[in-house]
Design a protein around this ligand. Structure first.
Ligand code: GMT
Length: 378
């Protein structure tokens, strides 16, 4: 198959999934064309069957805003014609599905459009009445629409009310990279690097530090755990909430127990160092970082927001608490960190569950089937 992919190439779960899916499709022998504003950040090696088409977004002084969407649509249409694409896979309803629809019209070709909804396009933009019509148009005008969780599918139906059927296709983990191989060695090396003693337990969070991630709940959870357990919290990433988080850490007297690691390229080593991974967002369509951390052996504690409760099976593969309930989160953590047998059995079930439900082979095949069905129908 000849497949075009458009996503936001910067750091973020949707970009990771789009890139990894493209790599896996290329490995299966399909011809994959990334049509993006930059080279996707996890596409760092030379992959056969992969082509990258970068759009130059010109900042003309006559325009107040650079015409990203139109430039992108124009580029996608050129690639459709030039390479005879059969499928274009758009990640995000707005703007990318809309760009895809426009590109198909510009190209005048019968290319199939698959759109994947990742969350922010629905859970945040879907509340913006000025965008609802565009989101609905992007969904209805696509041939196949997928959502990364049942929860996101339900929210899309409720908020946007599209005519289109939406299929849930879960995110997957790149298990060749995120795994437990050499976990103990990495743990030891990382602990030495950060001056953490062997017996100290490590809690971790990574995200883009936006308000919806509720990092303050993570700090408060850790504050309670730290009172009874020799522990440290590692925060990986950066974002708009960072200053207020630093203030909270200071106010709670946790400066010596919280490591602000900033943006990191080797997040895997941080996951492997961690005993517990926290994701306590108020909105989260899936939580890809959870899956990566789990496959690296860190037991997850998450909020019940969105798709998190589809990823974590409460008391079987991790723990779930209501949004904002840091006391219960802390008591779950205190308990599993105190009971090695309990921790071990949850960790074993967690690794098995990720392998069964979120294996890349399973999910990539689901997308491949969707592409094939669409080509046959065209
Ligand atoms: O979480 C973010 O803020 C980034 C965002 C993105 O667009 O990459 O992530 C969304 O898509 C990911 C991949 O499907 C999901 O794992 C995240 O849960 C989702 N974020 C939200 O729903 C807030």
């Amino acid at each position: 198959m000849k497949i075009g992919i458009t996503c936001y190439p910067s750091v973020g779960g949707s970009g990771i999934i789009a890139t990894e899916l493209g790599i896996q499709m290329a490995k299966k022998g399909h011809e994959v064309h990334f049509i993006t504003s930059n080279v996707p950040f996890r596409l760092d090696a030379n992959h056969p069957n992969i082509y990258i088409h970068q759009t130059d977004i010109n900042d003309y002084s006559v325009f107040r805003y650079p015409p990203y969407d139109i430039t992108l649509a124009s580029k996608i249409s050129e690639v459709i014609v030039e390479y005879d694409l059969e499928i274009i896979h758009m990640h995000y309803a707005v703007p990318h599905a809309v760009c895809g629809i426009l590109a198909r019209q510009m190209a005048g070709r019968n290319v199939g459009i698959v759109t994947t909804l990742h969350g922010t396009d629905i859970t945040v933009l879907g509340h913006d009445m000025s965008l609802v019509t565009a989101i609905r148009f992007g969904i209805n005008g696509s041939d196949t629409v997928t959502a990364v969780s049942e929860s996101l599918k339900a929210q899309t139906l409720e908020l946007i009310g599209p005519d289109k059927d939406i299929q849930t296709v879960y995110n997957f983990v790149d298990e060749k990279h995120f795994n437990t191989i050499e976990r103990e060695e990495t743990k030891q090396h990382m602990k030495e690097r950060f001056g953490i003693s062997n017996s100290t337990r490590v809690l971790m969070h990574t995200s883009n530090f936006r308000k919806i991630k509720r990092i303050d709940d993570i700090i408060r959870t850790f504050h309670e755990v730290h009172q009874s357990v020799d522990s440290i919290l590692v925060l990986v990433g950066d974002g708009p909430e960072m200053n207020s988080i630093r203030r909270l850490v200071k106010t709670l007297g946790l400066e010596d127990a919280v490591i602000f690691a900033g943006q990191q390229t080797d997040v895997k080593s941080f996951y492997q160092m961690s005993d517990i991974f926290l994701l306590m967002s108020e909105k989260e369509s899936f939580g890809l970082a959870l899956l990566e951390a789990m496959n690296c052996g860190a037991v997850p504690v998450g909020s019940t927001a969105g798709g998190i409760s589809e990823v974590i099976r409460h008391e079987e593969t991790g723990y779930l608490v209501e949004v904002g309930d840091h006391e219960t989160a802390a008591s779950h953590i205190n308990r599993i960190l105190a009971e090695d047998t309990l921790y071990g059995s949850i960790q074993t079930r967690m690794l098995e569950d990720v392998k069964t439900r979120f294996h890349s082979d399973v999910i990539v095949s689901e997308y491949e089937t969707l592409y094939r069905q669409l080509i046959e129908e065209q």
